[in-house]
Design a protein around this ligand. Sequence first.
Ligand code: AKG
Length: 271
Amino acid sequence: MTRETLQNDFINPYKPVVMKNFSKNWTARNKWTLDYFKKNHGDLMVPVYKEAFANTGTSYTSTENKMRFSEYLDLIATGPTQYRMFLFNIFKHAPELCHDFDYPDLFDRYLKKHPFMFFGGETSFVDVHYDLDLSHVILTQFHGKKRIILFAPECSDYLYRHPLTVSCNVDIGNPDFERYPRLKEVKGYICDLEHGDTLFIPTGYWHYVYYSTGGFSLAVRSRPENLSQRMLSALKIFNLTILDHGMSTLLGAQKWYGMKEQMAVKKANKL
Ligand SMILES: O=C(O)CCC(=O)C(=O)O
């Protein structure tokens, strides 16, 4: 596929696509293994997260606790575990790893200070959400398999999005259609990423991630090209970090969560 085709058919119309050979020239493609990270960075203390935030009033970025990276890598290598590492910027500790991949000439506004890694154990998952800063995400899989379910931004009301947030209470892995009947009408994409596959997640796209096996990925991100998208992103960051947190403090987390849920249901009923 040429760069032009990729841009015209997928990037400009904001359509997700899996690319098989995107990372073929990266040193990381074969160098980055669980053993490599264990041997070279195993002593780092890393934050780990658990799966669900639905129904709990917590966010998908809530930290559970910390452990040694080598212990965590052993955990995901040996069997199912719900523990994940989310938005892990290993490059702050090991900047030399940035030389193992590159930023292909597809976007003008890569966020080069913020490449992130995601690790997860078999059966762990990330509840459905979209990225607050509205960046385009280029997610490359290493070691293992992961299933990603994607929905376009226009599906937000069908997914019962909570106002002022980038998330909702529906459980895409085990959907409750009685409680959320409009969810039946939503259509998305399912893709299974294997070692070396790269997924383009366009700005504002909802994604639910399920680790079919233990594994990890690298995400590089690009800010949206147009100014209105970038202003919307600033507004969303303000909504979530100031308004949503403020309401939660004022009313109590459970009460505010219940109110957001009611508003989401009301909106969906009107569709
Ligand atoms: O792959 C993962 O664990 C999560 C990826 C994700 O949510 C993201 O890139 O925004």
